[in-house]
Design a protein around this ligand. Structure first.
Ligand code: IVH
Length: 679
């Protein structure tokens, strides 16, 4: 919202009222969205409220308060985090890994309290994130610390305020002083997006969601933290006044909920040790479908009086224990690396590992993403590596353990030629992906290449959809685009669900497509970085196919709008013998287009410039292509140099402009006439 638009002298009382209203509305919607997971208003409406609040606070700074939701966008960057002491130390938990060990824990407690009665426990997931302590004074979030060494942590208040599932203000009936503890975590969906983005921008990947959460909280610029989709679950509350304490841990959790703090719905009270085991088994089976990572179950004695009588030993409570799940990370040896070629020609390095069990599954292959990641992590063949398997995501090699590097490890080298088709592999500077240049012939890329070739803006073979192409390739009836032109009806009829009529139609469309234009043909080849515009430019710049195929990099780069990357791709594409071979087969099989000479003879639109407006029955790009093929230019705005305005229905302002400038108006019938005369 524009500051100037605000009236400068809004009455103070009504201003305060509006600001308070906005804050409570915004927090209400935030709570519904981030804590309850039940959005109440459309995003755009929410943004409107938020922008209005930001504008009011910017115009009237004296209205700013520490609990305003405006803090959620982050504050000015700081230079360092300050260390501060925890009022109550943040302790750790003892671990158990087996049912037996947990039963011993249960038995010890019974011995200590000299009772044979079953103990009630509260079970909750052990979240794999970052532990934080958050302090509310009079219901307002005033301070947040990391766990640190358990006694002192770092003040990360600004960053914590950007996490929308953490209330800046508590709902009613809260104690004057309250400390809540819980885990900040990185939801898995957000984590995958974060790493995908990092891959595409060539940034460093985060090894796991926990590192991503820690890294995001450690940002000195809280505006960066605000952009990360961090979330929070609280798992304990500490009061200033002991007499406020409820009887059980679970009641405490329920109170947290009432104050508007997010707690985990998986939390459950169980009656005895056997039910604990049952809970652990259930949660383990759900582990990979949860939207966040967990590494076990935290089991706490539910009764708080009992907790207090049990007390602590060293740095861990006697009344709680972590039942750890199998690790998602393991150590093994990288035996070799193969390169897989994807459907679009990208080479992905795949680690072949000494088989190892990770979270219940034997893993012998893992992705290494790309060469940049390998170089960044410094992984070599023979290394001892950490591998990680999370949910359904493909296992990945996290990093080598350099201290364990044996003698004689070998560098991982990108193959110079495609392991599938033998064409050259090109990895351009600044691009992380290495690509096979055998686009037309490579078996790994076959289906995509043919789909592109037949598409509307390329050879426009109607009726030949993705399904049929896949069937044709899988039945080994075609291996490349040139073989489309030798397909017979008998062959087509071998396909499932292929009738006589459809087969005839397809063959007719294939036949029709033989007559094309130079620019459509170039586009259809599917050369990297060569879209319609570049294809058109190439067709205009080279007199025929031979001269295009022989063009050197310098000549290509000298063309307007063709940069070094496209030039290199075009050059390497035509150097590839298998691509040359398929191009020759295409021509031999009858694909043709008017030569430049013929075109010049037949074209009487060269030198003319048209503008297209309104709705026409033909798609606009087809009209454009038809005009361009006849030597005309197509512009986007009308000027006195426009030769004609091609106007369909609802032509808008261009029509009046053209009329004003005396530019001829051409309707659809006239256009058809012009095109037929000049073909
Ligand atoms: S209770 C004294 N509950 O585990 C009790 N901790 O080893 C201390 N953690 O750093 C913690 N999920 O970050 C508790 N549901 C949960 C937890 C949990 C994860 C982490 C916590 C702490 C570590 C203790």
């Amino acid at each position: 919202m524009d500051k100037q638009k605000l009236k400068p002298k809004l009455a103070e009382a009504s201003l305060i009222k509006e600001v308070e209203f906005l804050r409570s509305e915004i927090e209400k919607h935030n709570y519904a969205y981030y804590v309850l997971d039940e959005p109440t208003i459309p995003d755009i409406e929410f943004d409107r409220l938020f922008q209005r609040l930001l504008a009011l606070e910017a115009t009237y700074p004296h209205l700013q308060t520490p609990d305003s939701p405006s803090h959620r966008v982050g504050a000015a960057p700081s230079t360092a985090f300050l260390s501060e002491a925890h009022q109550v130390p943040m302790l750790s938990l003892d671990n158990v890994f087996t049912e037996e060990a947990f039963f011993q824990f249960d038995h010890r407690i019974k011995q200590m309290i000299d009772s044979s009665e079953e103990i009630e426990y509260n079970c909750e997931p052990k979240f794999d994130g970052v532990a934080v302590s958050i302090i509310y004074e009079h219901g307002v979030l005033v301070r947040a610390l990391t766990r640190g060494d358990g006694y002192t942590g770092e003040n990360i208040t600004q960053n914590i305020k950007t996490i929308k599932s953490i209330p800046l203000k508590l709902k009613k009936d809260f104690p004057d002083y309250l400390e809540i503890r819980g885990e900040v975590y990185f939801p898995l969906s957000g984590f995958e997006k974060l790493n995908q983005q990092a891959l595409s921008t060539n940034d460093k990947l985060f090894a796991n969601p926990r590192n991503a959460a820690a890294g995001s909280l450690r940002q000195l610029d809280s505006k960066i933290t605000a952009k990360r989709p961090l979330a929070f679950y609280a798992y304990s509350a500490i009061y200033s006044e002991k007499n406020l304490l409820p009887d059980t841990h679970n009641e405490n959790i329920l109170r947290l909920k009432e104050w508007g703090i997010r707690t985990c719905p998986e939390t459950a009270v169980v009656k005895n040790k056997n039910e604990v085991i049952h809970y652990c088994q259930q949660l383990l089976s759900k582990r990979h479908s949860l939207p966040y990572e967990i590494d076990g179950v935290v089991i706490k004695v539910n009764n708080i009086a009992l907790q207090e009588s049990l007390g602590f030993v060293a740095r861990a409570p006697r009344w709680a224990v972590a039942f750890k799940f199998p690790a998602q990370e393991e150590i093994t040896t990288l035996e070799s690396v193969d390169f897989q070629v994807g459907r679009t020609g990208t080479l992905t390095p795949v680690a072949r590992l000494k088989p190892v069990r990770v979270a219940g599954v034997v893993v012998s292959n893992a992705t290494l993403h790309n060469m940049d990641e390998i170089e960044r992590k410094g992984i070599e063949i023979g290394d001892t590596v950490i591998i990680r398997r999370a949910g359904d995501v493909i296992p990945e090699v996290v990093k080598p353990i350099l201290e364990k590097r044996p003698l004689g490890t070998q560098k991982i080298i990108l193959p110079t030629h495609c392991p599938v088709c033998g064409a050259k592999v090109v990895r351009l500077e600044g691009e992380s992906a290495a690509k096979c240049e055998g686009g037309l012939s490579c078996a790994a890329q076959r289906i995509e290449a043919i789909k592109h070739f037949v598409s509307r803006k390329a050879m426009n073979i109607e009726g030949l959809g993705a399904k049929i192409i896949e069937q044709l390739v899988n039945a080994k009836l075609i291996e490349n685009v040139a073989q489309l032109y030798t397909l017979s009806k008998v062959e087509l009829l071998q396909l499932e669900r292929m009738g006589d009529k459809l087969a005839s139609n397809i063959l007719e469309a294939i036949e029709k497509s033989k007559k094309t234009t130079f620019n459509k043909f170039i586009y259809a080849l599917g050369i990297r970085e060569v879209g319609e515009a570049t294809a058109h430019q190439l067709s205009e710049s080279y007199s025929d196919l031979n001269s295009l195929m022989q063009a050197d990099i310098e000549s290509l780069e000298s063309l307007q709008d063709i940069g070094p990357v496209s030039a290199l791709h075009i050059y390497s594409f035509f150097r590839e013998p298998s691509n040359q071979n398929i191009i020759h087969q295409l021509i031999e099989n009858g694909v043709h287009w008017p030569s430049k000479l013929e075109k010049a003879k037949n074209t009487d639109l060269s030198g003319k410039t048209y503008v297209i407006t309104g709705t026409l029955s033909l798609p606009r790009d087809e009209i454009k292509a038809a005009l361009l093929a006849r030597g005309a230019k197509v512009a986007s705005s009308v000027s006195k140099n426009t030769s004609g305005l091609i106007a369909g229905d609802k032509p808008g302002s261009k029509l009046t402009q053209a009329q004003g400038l005396g530019v001829p108006i051409i309707d659809e019938n006239e256009l058809k006439l012009i095109l037929s005369k000049t073909e």
